[in-house]
Design a protein around this ligand. Structure first.
Ligand SMILES: CC(C)(COP(=O)(O)OP(=O)(O)OC[C@H]1O[C@@H](n2cnc3c(N)ncnc32)[C@H](O)[C@@H]1OP(=O)(O)O)[C@@H](O)C(=O)NCCC(=O)NCCS
Length: 142
């Protein structure tokens, strides 16, 4: 098992496929809905084991030394074994290396506990996704 940045077309296919399967498909969202305009200049990480993609996450640097973490997703069968923590820690390392002073994210309500374990604090409600997934805005000074 290792954590890598996707580089080839086939890496990116695997990367976006996991994003879509975990974060979009269960809500009947089409392929393509798992991407956004910030993907082009973001840092992407994925944990892989041979041909399996176990987890993914993205860091996007914003102006004024802040950054946003988004699209954290771990394949259901590998959850609870530290893969999400590994991705989050490495994204935070990348942020700090680029001078980031504050990380902000919108957590699904069901994932708030995960981020709290990693030092994020809730700021308040964030927009609901697909009319049903409640989110909480959270931040951390890494
Ligand atoms: C949230 C998610 C990325 C966590 O990844 P993971 O690999 O299962 O997390 P880890 O194994 O690194 O867990 C680290 C700690 O957080 C806890 N944790 C993990 N998911 C949690 C959750 N949803 N709620 C509360 N605590 C959680 C674990 O129990 C563990 O605690 P411990 O250190 O006391 O044992 C993963 O559950 C996931 O993909 N969920 C579905 C998609 C999603 O909601 N993504 C986030 C969108 S904002």
């Amino acid at each position: 098992m290792m954590i890598v940045e996707p580089t080839s077309d086939s890496d990116f296919r695997r990367y976006y496929d996991l994003r879509w399967r975990i974060l979009r498909a269960p809500w009947d969202q089409p392929r393509g809905s798992e991407r956004d305009d910030q993907d082009a200049d973001a840092t992407h990480l994925m944990v892989v084991d041979d041909s399996d993609t176990l987890g993914v996450g993205r860091l996007h640097i914003k102006p004024e030394s802040s950054a946003c973490i988004r699209y954290m997703a771990v394949d259901e069968q590998y959850r609870g074994s530290g893969i999400g923590s590994l991705i989050l820690a490495e994204l935070e390392n990348r942020a700090v290396a680029q001078g980031v002073k504050r990380i902000i994210l919108n957590a699904r309500e069901t994932a708030v506990g995960f981020y709290e374990k990693h030092g994020y604090r809730a700021l308040g409600p964030a927009p609901t996704l697909f009319g049903c997934i409640a989110h909480v805005e959270m931040s951390k000074t890494p």
